[in-house]
Each structure stands twice: as structure tokens, then as C-alpha cells.
Write a protein of this length. Structure first.
Length: 95
């Protein structure tokens, strides 16, 4: 498998072991820590998978908005996204 996985995470929620496992499959891993950086990278070269933290820089809605924006873009709507969500008061947020 070739291509790369884009990780959007400013809190290092994605463990390095996950990156190593992805690299072992032949995928490269590219990390960004904000939305503008992610958008620039996606436009440059679309990834085969995006792993995105729900919360970026204290914005608890970032991941949801990012997925919504991506799904509305014809060229990028087919990229799979793994959204890392947090538990809130013992409940999982479902959107």
C-alpha cells in the first residue's frame, strides 16, 4: 500500500505506536496541529486516511466541522476519516 496518513492533532492523542504500525504497512505519516495546516496539506496531496482529533486548541467542535467541510468538497469527500472523540461526563458524543 502506498500513500500517506494525515494526523491532525495538537495534543499528541495519537500514540507513536500507531504511527509505527501505519508505517509498517508502507504508509507514510504526516502530522499537522491545526486546520489551516491540514487543508494546505490535503490540497497539496490528498491522503489515503485522515486521523483527526475532535478537539484542537480548545475548540471542541473542530473535528466535527472539519469532517463536515471535507464531506462537502467533491475532490476530498471520499477520504476516510477516523475522528478521535472524547468522553464527556461518561457519555460518548454522537454526531
Amino acid at each position: 500500500m502506498s500513500g500517506y496518513v494525515l494526523i491532525i492533532d495538537n495534543q499528541n492523542s495519537v500514540e507513536p505506536v500507531v504511527e509505527l504500525a501505519l508505517e509498517d504497512t508502507g504508509l507514510s505519516v504526516f502530522r499537522v496541529n491545526d486546520g489551516p495546516g491540514a487543508k494546505r496539506r490535503i490540497v497539496q496531496d490528498a491522503p489515503v486516511l485522515i486521523i483527526c482529533s475532535q478537539t484542537i486548541a480548545g475548540d471542541e467542535e473542530f473535528g466535527f466541522r472539519f469532517c463536515h467541510e471535507l464531506s462537502g468538497h467533491e475532490s476530498f469527500s471520499q477520504i476516510p476519516v477516523m475522528l478521535l472523540c472524547e468522553r464527556i461526563d461518561g457519555a460518548v458524543v454522537d454526531r
